[in-house]
Every structure is written in C-alpha cells, then in structure tokens.
Design a protein around this ligand. Sequence first.
Ligand SMILES: Nc1ncnc2c1ncn2[C@@H]1O[C@H](COP(=O)(O)OP(=O)(O)OP(=O)(O)O)[C@@H](O)[C@H]1O
Ligand SMILES: [Mg+2]
Length: 315
Amino acid sequence: MVASQPMIQLRRVFRSFGSTQAVHDVSFEVEAGQVFGYIGPNGAGKTTSMRILATLDLPDYGDALIDGFSCVNDPDRVRRRLGFMPDNFGTYANMNCIEYLDFFARSYGILGRDRTRALRRTLAYTGLDKIAEKSIRGLSKGMRQRLCLGRAMIHDPAVLILDEPANGLDPRARIELRQMICGLAAEGKALLVSSHILSELGEMCDSIGIIERGKLIVSGTVAEIKTKLRPHIDVLVQLTDGGEQLSHWLAGKPKVANIQVSERVVRFQFACTDPQLQAELLRAIISANFSVLEYSTESRSLEDVFLQITTGAVQ
Ligand SMILES: Nc1ncnc2c1ncn2[C@@H]1O[C@H](COP(=O)(O)OP(=O)(O)OP(=O)(O)O)[C@@H](O)[C@H]1O
Ligand SMILES: [Mg+2]
C-alpha cells in the first residue's frame, strides 16, 4: 500500500514584515481526516501562515503544500483543493445567503445541477437552509460564521483552513461549530483551525501546534503535548573539565532528559520544579567530584509558556 501523503504541509516557512518575523521556520503536517489546532496569542503568526497556505501571500523562504501541490508554484491546483475561511467576513451586505453562496459557486466554475446540489448540500450542512433568503445585513455573528464556512466548503474541497471560526460565538454555537468541523473530518477532509485558546479546540483536534512570536514552540498529538509540557527546569552546568563524563553520569539519573554537551558546558532538562530536589541534584553532582564552576537554572518551562498562551495573555 502506498503511504498517504499529508494534505497540508508547511515546510520550514519564513515570512517577515520589515523587522517583524511573523513566521519563523514553521513546519507541520496534517493528514486527511485529521483536525490540526493552531493555537497562539495575538500576533503569533497564525493568519500569516494560513494566508500562505491559502495562496494569498508568499513565504520569504520554505514552501507550503496542499495535497502535494506547492502554494508557491502551483497556486491554481491548490485553490481547487482548498477552502479558506478568513477571520474577517468582507462586505457583501446587499446579498442574501443563497445569492452569496451562489456567487462563490459560480466563481469556482460549478455549473447547472452541480451548482444546485452544491448549494443544497452547503445550506443543509451549515443549517442555513431555513434562512437562505435572509439578507446578510440581518445575520447574527454566528450565522455569518456559518455562511463564511459555507463559502469555504461550497466546492467540496479536500482541505479546509479556518481562521478563528469560533471567534465571537456563544457556547451553543461553538458546540455546533465543533460538530460541523468533526463532521467534515469524518468525511475525510483535512482541517487546519486556529484559535487563541486551547480549550476551544482541544476536544476536536487530533493534533495541535502552539505558535508564539512566529515560532512553533511545540506540536504533536494532544497526548504527546501533555507529556512534553510536564513541568521541568532547564539546567546549565559549567565545569573546569569533564563535560562528557558529567553527561554520562547524568544519563542514568531519574527525571533528567535532553542532555547536551558543548566542551565544558552541559545543559539538560530536569523534570522537577521542587527546589529541594534541585538542590539535592547539585549536591550529588559535586559529591561525585565534578568541578563545577557555574550552575544555573532557567525556570521558564514550556508549561509556563503554555499557561501564558492558553490563558490568552498577549505577547
Ligand atoms: N501585512 C502586514 N504588514 C505588516 N505586518 C504584518 C502584516 N501581516 C501581519 N503582520 C505582523 O505579523 C505578525 C503576525 O501577525 P498574524 O496576523 O499572522 O498573527 P495572528 O497569530 O493571526 O494574530 P491574531 O490572533 O491577532 O489574529 C504581527 O506582528 C503582525 O503585526
Ligand atoms: Mg489572525
């Protein structure tokens, strides 16, 4: 059997605006039938990366691929496979819902009965069938979000990119949105969905990526992220000599991970934030006759970053 290729791929994407590095070396993949939650505070770089995937912007370096086609070199093929729901609605206030969707169906070149079917399917899926003739001007925020999702799915794309679809929705509308997103994934579509808040996405996502100041600080399945986010401290030990020996000595110790040696400097993570246990570890290193010149700890763990982000703190 041929291994399935990812439907959404960012490969080492960089994008700057002047001195702002909006997206800095971001890579991730989303398979068919999967929902990837893209989480980060205001200005983190979510919209910038999504616009690149939607062929509305170009990376300075790297590539973005939809169903294996490059957003940079093959944008027409990408657009046929992709539906993008932007974070702002645009102004089409003089139309009603069905006219709005019909307009986008025509712009995708969907003709005749296919268009009638596409409209019926989209209106039913988004629950807009009861208000198909209602003017867009009179729609509530939740109804507008549904219409925006409808526009993104009118041509039945294999990939959907939804930029903060839950923004401004009440709890009930959020649950309904979640059901729609899970339904689309169950049909085999790949979805990339952004939000500021983990709890908004956690339950419906197969994988998540947390972006902060343009950098993807952690990504993986929800279970993997929970493991990675266990509280830890980053420790730096500078010695007069014996860096390699210390790294071997540390390798056998509990709660110690990610040991890196650079000449006489050893860095590692200690999966414990209890100061007593930290002091015991230092005592043990010195008792084992390592000649320590400097010992420092960095307490800003991923857990801190994660909490900061998921409580919605702005950078
Ligand atoms: N066209 C642009 N010109 C200049 N700076 C830009 C442009 N687009 C984005 N930026 C900057 O790039 C950074 C990332 O912005 P982006 O819109 O991607 O963040 P975001 O994660 O979507 O934020 P939000 O949660 O507020 O939507 C910000 O500092 C923003 O000011
Ligand atoms: Mg944004």
